[in-house]
Ligand binder design. Structure first.
Ligand code: SAM
Ligand code: SF4
Length: 403
């Protein structure tokens, strides 16, 4: 049997597992653009349990469930509930102990009942993604503005589908109305989560926002205000070059320094730093308005202590977002589970892990003095084009993300 708690080639332990439950989504955020279809060979609940169990034995203490949109997955509560024995193990158990289960969701399907059932199943943290504080911005960032038909499952009646053609004033009004419905739904989801016991003051309920220069930069202050009013930590995420289809342009990236600087001008902030192995740097509002966080994956990458493993909905493990190849774990799950083989495969994957792509890239990317990404010139990011050619499928890259 593989020895527990492996370290990778840069002496980094394994700590967080980001498990994607589905590649499907009911939104089409242009910065993400998921595949929309499940890959063949989706894992079953039992197979996911085996994976989490093996990962926990190798050092994983935190499980983040993501997607696509994980609330589209019918077995979500059952999976969380079935993980309870891993969480009840005593500290020091040689099989490891799962300390926390978290979820990242767009919130559209988080009804009061769903929030309660997730809490009862044992979910401890929810991060809800919201990229704007008005209907127009929300529609644009969720991909509602350009779609003639509302995304599946959000619901045509709820989203106010209408017949105006593209580019007309009617379409603009229509998309704003759809954005307003979506915004109202996400704001309601926040309150459902709070009512179900997810306490923002304990870090159990947070907001994620991806900010792009021409998409929603004007939403920085409104989003900060919205989060402050609701006592939520807002996590500003730099626009990352993930997905095969999001047409990433470095000129669209607003650095964490610039985002935080703009908010600091309105509501002065005091830096708290970044926790070891954390993705976000944090600040406290000096007026007592709570916390702000920023994920600077592009401008200030944190590969040095990255402890995250990603597993896709179809069971392929990636040790880095930019790893060109994943390890298909299904041979150890089917037709019969081979627990020792799975443990050995995961352990070997982690021991061989050498990735620090973002840091390597940032050495060659130029950052301007004010912290914005300098140029869309491909020569400034020489590895990006190479990495793009050998990219994993979009649903694999989504497994990377998750709050
Ligand atoms: N559908 C869920 C949601 O939106 O929260 C979970 C999956 S989504 C891939 C997880 C997180 O990744 C979201 O907060 C989303 O905003 C973020 N994300 C997606 N594409 C991104 C990109 N290109 N750059 C930075 N963050 C991104
Ligand atoms: Fe869907 Fe989340 Fe991607 Fe938006 S960010 S398209 S909600 S998976």
């Amino acid at each position: 049997m593989a020895s527990p708690a492996p370290l990778d080639r840069h002496h980094r332990p394994l700590g967080v597992l980001r498990l994607s439950l589905t590649a499907r989504c009911n939104l089409a955020c242009p910065y993400c653009l998921p595949d929309g279809q499940e890959p063949p060979g989706l894992l079953s609940l039992e197979e996911r349990l085996l994976l989490v169990e093996a990962a926990v034995q190798l050092g994983v203490h935190t499980l983040r469930l993501t997607g696509g949109e994980p609330l589209l997955h019918g077995d979500l509560e059952a999976l969380i509930g079935a993980l309870a024995p891993l969480r009840q193990r005593p500290a020091g158990d040689r099989r490891g102990r799962l300390r926390q289960i978290a979820l990242t969701t767009n919130g559209t399907l988080l009804s009061a009942e769903r929030a309660r059932s997730l809490r009862e199943a044992g979910l401890e943290r929810i991060t809800i993604s919201l990229d704007g504080a008005d209907g127009t911005s929300v529609a644009r960032m969720a991909g509602l503005a350009s779609t003639a038909v509302p995304p599946a499952s959000v619901g045509s009646a709820a989203m106010g589908a209408g017949g105006a053609g593209p580019g007309t004033e009617g379409e603009t009004n229509n998309s704003r109305a759809r954005g307003e419905v979506l915004l109202a739904r996400v704001l309601a989801a926040i309150e459902h989560a709070r009512a179900a016991g997810f306490d923002p003051a304990a870090g159990e309920l947070k907001l994620n926002a991806v900010i792009t220069r021409h998409g929603n930069a004007d939403q920085l202050l409104p989003l900060a205000a919205l989060a402050r009013e609701r006592g939520l930590e807002l996590r500003l995420i730099e626009y990352m070059d993930v997905g095969n289809r999001n047409g990433w342009d470095p000129a669209e990236v607003i650095s964490a320094a610039e985002m935080v600087g703009r908010i600091d001008t309105r509501w002065p902030l005091e830096p708290l730093g970044r926790d070891c192995h954390g993705t976000a740097s944090r600040w406290r509002y000096r007026d007592g308005g709570g916390l702000l966080a920023a994920v600077a994956s592009i401008s200030a990458p944190f590969c040095g202590d990255c402890n995250r493993l990603r597993i896709t909905a179809d069971g392929v493990a990636y040790s880095c977002l930019f790893a060109a190849h994943g390890t298909d774990l299904r041979p150890w799950l089917r037709p019969r589970p081979d627990r020792d083989g799975l443990l050995a495969a995961l352990s070997s994957l982690w021991r061989q892990r050498d990735d620090r792509y973002s840091e390597e890239r940032s050495l060659s990317a130029m950052a301007t003095a004010n912290g914005s990404i300098a140029t869309p010139d491909a020569t400034a990011i020489p590895d990006a084009a190479v990495a793009r050619q050998a990219r994993p499928p979009a649903h694999a890259e989504m497994a990377y993300l998750g709050g």
